[in-house]
Design a protein around this ligand. Structure first.
Ligand code: DAH
Length: 351
C-alpha cells in the first residue's frame, strides 16, 4: 500500500506540475481528493490491513492529502496571480498618448456684444428684460404714439402676419410692455436686447437684425441723465476716446429726439471711407420719453419723466470686429465664426 501511495504522490506531483489552467487543476483536485478520488479509494482499502499498519497508513494518507492540497493551492494562487497580471497588462493605458481634440464652438459676435452691453447696464442697476418677437400692432406702434396711418410707420417696412400681429420692427415695443406691467409701481431701469425684423436685404441691412432698447423712468429724469448714460455706453463699447454728437431728430415716442453720432473710431474724426469723410458715425436713436407715451402706458407725465434709446446690435458688432457685410452675421459660415473663439480683446479690430 505504501508503494501505491508513493505512486499516487509521484503521478499527482507530475500532473500538478504540468497543469495548464484552473479548470484542469480542479479536475485534478477531484481526481485525488474528491469523495470518489484516489486517496479515498486507498482509505477504503484499509479494512484489509492489520491493526498495527492501519494508523501508519492512515497517517501517510493524511500527509499525502495535505501535500497534494498544498501544491494545488500554490498552483491555484500562481494561476490567479497570472490572470490578474494579464488583466492589468490588457487594460494598460498609455497616458502619454495625445488626447482626441475636442472641437469647441465659439461665441457669436452678436452674442458677445449683447453680453458686454448686459454686463455694463446690469452694473449700473438695470434689469435685462425680454419681449415677444411676434408682437401686436398695439405695442409695436400704437402705444408708442404711432397710431394707424401715422406717416412715421413708413420708416419701418413691416412683416404683418395678420391685421393685428407682426414681427416686431423695433425693440421699443418692450417699452410699452414694461410700463403697462409696472404702472408707476416702481421706477423703471431696463434694457432689452433682441431680434427685430424689417423688409430689408443688402450688404448693410438684413430682414432680421438685432437691437437693444434702453428705458429709464423715474422722477426728475432729464437730458443730462440720457447724455451721461450714453457716453458711458458708447465709450465702453467703442473706445474711451470716442466723442458723442447729439443731432436733433424725430421719433414719435420721444420729444425731444436725438440721433447720436460717435466720432469715427477709424480716423479719429479726420474723415475716411468708414465715416464717409464726415468724421462721424451714426450709432443710435434716443430721446426724452414723450408725455403721450407715458400717459398711454399708465404713467402721469406731470410726475414722471424718462429717457429711452435704441441701437442696432449688428452695427455695433460690425464696428467692433471690422465686419463689412451684415450677412456674414447670419449665414453661420463656420470659417467666419471660428475667428471668434479667442478672447474678446484679441477679436476687436484696432482702427
Ligand atoms: N426704435 C428706433 C428704431 O428702431 C430706435 C429708437 C429711437 C429707440 C429713439 C428709442 C428711442 O428708444 O428713444 O429706429
Amino acid at each position: 500500500m505504501k508503494e501505491k501511495l508513493k505512486e499516487i504522490a509521484q503521478i499527482a506531483n507530475q500532473e500538478i506540475e504540468e497543469v495548464v489552467d484552473l479548470n484542469y487543476l480542479n479536475e485534478i483536485r477531484v481526481k485525488y481528493l474528491g469523495k470518489k478520488g484516489e486517496l479515498t479509494a486507498v482509505l477504503r482499502m484499509m479494512g484489509s490491513l492489520s491493526k498495527e499498519e492501519r494508523p501508519k497508513i492512515g497517517e501517510l494518507v493524511n500527509k499525502l492529502r495535505d501535500e497534494i492540497e498544498e501544491k494545488i493551492e500554490q498552483k491555484e494562487k500562481a494561476f490567479k496571480q497570472k490572470e490578474l497580471q494579464d488583466k492589468l497588462e490588457r487594460e494598460k493605458i498609455d497616458i502619454t498618448l495625445p488626447s482626441k481634440k475636442v472641437i469647441r464652438g465659439s461665441k457669436h459676435p452678436i452674442n458677445r456684444v449683447i453680453e458686454e452691453i448686459e454686463d455694463l447696464f446690469v452694473s449700473m442697476g438695470y434689469d435685462v428684460v425680454q419681449g415677444p418677437e411676434l408682437e401686436t400692432d398695439e405695442y409695436c406702434f400704437e402705444r408708442l404714439n404711432l397710431p394707424k396711418g401715422h406717416p412715421a410707420r413708413d420708416m419701418q417696412d413691416s412683416f404683418y402676419v395678420s391685421k393685428e400681429y407682426l414681427l416686431r420692427t423695433q425693440t421699443s415695443a418692450v417699452q410699452a410692455r414694461t410700463m403697462m406691467n409696472n404702472k408707476e409701481k416702481t421706477p423703471i431701469r431696463i434694457i432689452c436686447p433682441g431680434k427685430t425684423y424689417r423688409r430689408d436685404d443688402d450688404a448693410t441691412h438684413s430682414h432680421q437684425f438685432g437691437q437693444v432698447e434702453g428705458l429709464v423712468i423715474d422722477k426728475d429724469i432729464s437730458f443730462a441723465d440720457l447724455k451721461g448714460t450714453l457716453e458711458i455706453f458708447v465709450k465702453k463699447m467703442l473706445g474711451e476716446n470716442s466723442k458723442l454728437r447729439f443731432r436733433p431728430s424725430y421719433f414719435p415716442f420721444t420729444e425731444p429726439s436725438y440721433e447720436v453720432d460717435v466720432s469715427c473710431f477709424k480716423c479719429g474724426g479726420k474723415g475716411c471711407n468708414l465715416c464717409k469723410q464726415t468724421g462721424w458715425i451714426e450709432i443710435l436713436g434716443s430721446g426724452i420719453v414723450h408725455p403721450n407715451v407715458l400717459k398711454m402706458n399708465g404713467y402721469n407725465p406731470e410726475i414722471y419723466s424718462g429717457f429711452a434709446f435704441g441701437t442696432g446690435l449688428d452695427r455695433l458688432a460690425m464696428f467692433k470686429y471690422g465686419i463689412t457685410d451684415i450677412r456674414l452675421l447670419y449665414t453661420n459660415d463656420v470659417r467666419f465664426l471660428k475667428q471668434f473663439d479667442r478672447k474678446d480683446e484679441e477679436n476687436e479690430i484696432k482702427y
